[in-house]
Structures are given as structure tokens and as C-alpha cells.
Design a binder for this molecule. Sequence first.
Ligand SMILES: [Zn+2]
Length: 155
Amino acid sequence: MKKIASFTVDHRFIKEKIYISRIDGDITTYDVRMRKPNTDDVMSNALMHSFEHLFATFMRNSSIGEDIIYVGPMGCQTGFYLLVRNACHKDVLSQVKEVLEKISVYDGKMPGASEIECGNYRTLDIEIAKEEALRYLEKIKDQTESDLTYETGEV
Ligand SMILES: [Zn+2]
């Protein structure tokens, strides 16, 4: 079988940053990498799920909300994929940072936290998601749109 594109990236060099994973026509897939791969520091499922609810909701309500195609967790528990139509990297990066900031101080209810709206709503925990947003914002706050390419050099 053909090796899929994301397996061709050397995960030893991936940092806690945002990368452009791939571009397919007018759709850009961003690698929102919140934890360094293959460490003991991956996110719990409850954390990923909680962050997913807030991150997806806030991104879809951001200034680029209409162009957000998908926000979804990586099975390896180290980050999320963010798919954006007609993406301007600068705007995407600034909106992700703004959304992280908003989540970190969010004072409302967890969106979609009911049996009707979610497949496992009991695991949702707003506080751990807020902590994670702040943690990741600290990692990417100085990253710029000229720095979205996967590293291949030394760890
Ligand atoms: Zn859910």
C-alpha cells in the first residue's frame, strides 16, 4: 500500500508548534501539534475531547469561521488537525492564538456537553481544556507565518 503523506514526516523532529501538514487544492491542513511526539507527555482522551469541543467551537466562531472545514484530534494524542479553505497562513495563525487566549479565560459552559449533542459527554472537563489552551499558547505565541514548515534537522 502507498504510504500516506503524514507518515513521511520525521516525527522525531516535530515540536510543539503549528505546521502546514498538506495542501489539497483550496484546502490547507494544519498540524496543530500540542505535545512532542513519542514522549510520556501525550494528552489524555478526556483532555483531547474537552479541548476539541472548545477549540472547534471557538475556531468556527472566529473571523475565519466560515472557512473552517474540520477540527479533529490525532489518534496519537499529540495534537489536532485543522482544515481551512482558502487559508491565509497569517490569519490562521493569529486566529488560533486568539482562540487559545479566549479559551484560557473562558467563563461559560462547555459547548455541546449533553447526551444529545455528544458521544461521550461525561468525560468533558472545561478546566483541563483551559489549562491546555494556555500551555499551548505559551509554546506558539512567538511563531510566525514564515515558520510553518516541518523541521528535518537536529532535534
Ligand atoms: Zn464530544
